[in-house]
Each structure stands twice: as structure tokens, then as C-alpha cells.
Write a new protein. Sequence first.
Length: 264
Amino acid sequence: MEKPPMFDEKSAQRVDVVYSSDDEIKQRMFVMDALAPRVGERIIDIGSGPGYVLREIGEAVGPSGSAVGVEPAEAMVKLARNRCAGLDQVTLREGNAEALPADDREFDAAVITQVYEYVPNVIVALRELYRLLRPGGRAVILDTDWDSLVWNAKDSARAKRILKAWDSHLSDPHLPRTLSARLLEAGFEIMRRDVYSILNPDYKPGCYSFGMIGIIAPFVIRFCNLPKEEVKAWAAELEDLGREGEYFFSLNRYLFVCKKIKEQ
């Protein structure tokens, strides 16, 4: 399989559209409630993507605080910079979760949404997270377990092939089930675990799963060598299910709130 590149402008724009969906807006409210940012705090958004969460953090901490986004993809950095324009307390740094451009104990809090499932060495990433938080600093992590996916299909074998191929875009499509042990190993105390469910019982533009069809299809055609006709037939079948009132999509994401309890 061809190795997927970093986000280019086209794929970054597709992600940006999905992140503007009502489902993602509600998810950000869920994450921000767990983070509970305060005025004057220093908060890092690891894997800040197109900058939606980063902007909300910047607005919450105010001019006396700082919101730092770390992102490896130039196309995403460009989107985030535009989205956060006018907020002097927001800065962006190029880097990744395994080698963060941050000083020891620089931050009061961190947020990491749908990032660690992409990271080859999560233990290294968690050690980096531990390093940059002050003692007592907190982190909010959200990741998906793709085994929780329920997506109706008439041709279930075809859908299974496509979604199995889609799993290959991640380093660990089942990360949440092992994350508790890894957090404890890295020196964190777990304060809360929760689930955020995306439910799309209807096929309609603007919902999360509608947007994801436009991301999954080109990925599996290009990088997983699945026949274009097969993938297009899968997408068309989902539209048919919508017209027939039989469309159904559900996916779980898992929230972990933890804090740094001691120096190692």
C-alpha cells in the first residue's frame, strides 16, 4: 500500500468541512466542557488541525493566557492561522506528538482530540505530554475505537472490505481500550472516562457521516488499491439507503481526563 502523505490542501479542506458539521460542533462542546479552560491559563492543543478547538481555547484563556497549537501539516496550519486571526494569544508551532516543540512544564493543560490513534508510538507521545505539563496539570484526550462503528449496508461484505481498508489510515484504530493502562504507565492519574457518540439516523448533507464518505472513498481508492467502481457503488448504496429510510450510522469516541501527579 502506498504510504499516505501529510494532509495536502484538498484533503485538509475536506476535513475542515467535516469539522464544521453539527456533530463535530457538539463534540467540541463536550471536549471544552471537560477541559474547562480558565482565563490566564497556558493551554496546548496537540494536533490542532484546522484550528476550531484552538480558537475556542484562545477565546477562553483571553489576552492574559496563551493557546498554542502544534500541527505537522502545513495545509492544516494555514487553515488554523486563518481561523485564529485576530487572537494575539494564539500561536502555532510545527511539530508532532512524539517530539513536541515545547519546554518542560510550560503548560497548565493540554487537549488532544483524535490524534493519538494516528501516532506510531503512543508511549513516547504520552511521555512528551507529561514533560510539558506543570505538576498537577491536566490533559483531555479523545480518540475513536473504530470497532464501535455501526453503518448500515445492503452489501455488508463490500462495506466491510472498504472500512477495513479505511482502518489502515490509523496506527491504532482501537486505541481507547488500551489507553488507561498507558496513561498510568506514563505517570498520570485518570480523573474521568466518558463516551461521546455520533448518531446519524438519516442521510443528509451537513452530518458527520455524510462528510466522511467524501474522505473515506478517495483514500481507499488511492492508498488501498480498491477498485474505484466498488467504492463508488458503496457510496451510492448509502445514498439509496437514505432515500429508502434505512440509513443508519453510529460511532463512539472515548474521553479521558487525567492529570500529572508527580515528577518522574
